[in-house]
Design a protein around this ligand. Structure first.
Ligand SMILES: *[C@@H]1O[C@H](CO)[C@@H](O)[C@H](O)[C@H]1NC(C)=O
Ligand SMILES: *[C@@H]1O[C@H](CO)[C@@H](O)[C@H](O)[C@H]1NC(C)=O
Length: 377
């Protein structure tokens, strides 16, 4: 099982990274700013969503970043793709030396335009097993350059950097909101600013009571056999379980027509943001549609010139199904059931998992949707 594992790890991690985007994630400055000074400090956070995102505000009450009860949700309006080769180059530098790449990212965002777009896409797509923290570490190094000590005197520079970051996110179609708070030594907020992408989502329908549960997903694909990821509540992330059963597919593969597959593969590679909703609908429809798209995604997607295309297309698709709450649990369950059935039919082993995380009790319930017969670990 040596060779299949390598394939599995590579593809799995791409999609795990994608799942992190779907769930919305924050980019944080890891280094505590301005410890022990008596004056105010400048703090920042960046919130990223897949289809929409709220801005975070620093709460004096809990001394942390929070969202309001009915926040405005921002969407992104563009679908520009920075040059594949530049993105690929930056991703490999992030993987080799996250801190050094952070310096390049700081200046790329400062420069704005296409350079900033490349930096953002690379940060979100960087996937460097076993170092899953390379992207966040690069971001942290970048923002530390712009705002090294939390000095409020950097406000203008940080504002201009976040203005460029939000514009780049808007251009590439990733909803993002960066927040700055100047916090005084007692924890009060002296000054606050947000920098967000330019679209505004339609307000969500009123829901009865706020649910303490959220739903996160992960999907693992591989050529020969896969294990289901396990949600780890300590790190709030998905981890590979090396002792878990390996799933293959159950029957003879029913390969869809090559010309159709090639056309869909082109769509995934060349315009993943537009391919995402088509993938979403096809899997939702099930049957042959689902099989065709699943086959094209999993067999042609890994070879796209743009290394982020596969995860982008998948993320848009699942992001349109799972809204991160139990409201969409039935839809997500059905989508994953169809996805696993499609993978099984076309001979692509996969395991899609969802975790229902109860924020109030800390309880986690995980459900797995996998292909075919067990091959044995
Ligand atoms: C990417 O391709 C362009 C055009 O071919 C070239 O000018 C540029 O140097 C390349 N960048 C990298 C990092 O290879
Ligand atoms: C990993 O898989 C094994 C075998 O199914 C299971 O017993 C174990 O609980 C799993 N580990 C985690 C952390 O879930």
């Amino acid at each position: 099982m040596k060779a299949p594992r390598a394939t599995l790890a590579l593809i799995a991690c791409v999609l795990v990274a994608a799942a992190a985007i779907v769930d919305g994630r924050k980019l944080e400055q890891w280094v505590p700013v301005a410890g022990g000074t008596s004056g105010p400090t400048l703090r920042t956070t960046v919130n990223i969503g897949f289809t929409q995102v709220p801005c975070l505000a620093f709460s004096p009450l809990v001394q942390d970043w929070t969202t309001s009860n009915s926040p405005t949700l921002y969407t992104a309006t563009g679908n520009t793709r920075p040059p594949f080769n530049e993105t690929e180059d930056l991703i490999s530098r992030i993987c080799q030396d996250p801190l050094a790449a952070g310096t390049d990212i700081a200046s790329a965002v400062q420069a704005g335009g296409q350079e900033a777009q490349t930096a953002l896409v690379a940060l979100l797509s960087a996937d460097c097993p076993p170092n899953n923290e390379a992207g966040p570490a690069s971001y942290s190094a970048a923002i530390d350059q712009v705002n090294p000590s939390g000095d409020p005197a950097d406000l203008d520079e940080v504002s201009s950097w976040f203005t460029n970051l939000a514009a780049a996110a808007d251009d590439v179609g990733v909803p993002l909101c960066a927040s700055i708070a100047v916090v005084d030594p007692t924890g009060g907020v002296v000054e606050a600013h947000t920098f967000h992408t330019s679209g505004i989502a339609a307000p969500a329908a009123e829901s009865g009571s706020a649910s303490p549960e959220r739903v996160r997903t992960s999907a693992v694909f591989g050529q020969e056999g896969v294990t289901c990821d396990v949600y780890d509540s300590e790190s709030d992330s998905w981890v590979i379980n090396t002792t878990a059963p390996v799933y293959g597919t159950s029957g003879s593969a029913n390969t869809p027509p090559a010309t159709l597959v090639a056309a869909l593969g082109d769509q995934v590679c060349n315009d993943p943001l537009a391919a995402g909703p088509l993938l979403r609908d096809a899997v939702q429809a099930g049957g042959e549609q689902a099989q065709l798209w699943t086959y094209a995604l999993l067999n042609l997607g890994p070879n796209c010139p743009d290394p982020s295309a596969l995860s982008m297309a998948y993320s848009v698709a699942i992001g349109g199904i799972n809204d991160g709450t139990t409201d969409s649990l039935d839809a997500t369950t059905e989508w994953f059931t169809n996805l696993a059935a499609a993978g099984d039919a076309v001979g692509n082993p996969l395991c899609a998992s969802l975790a229902i995380i109860n924020e109030a009790t800390g309880e986690v319930e995980q459900r797995d949707f996998h292909t075919g017969g067990e091959e044995g670990a």
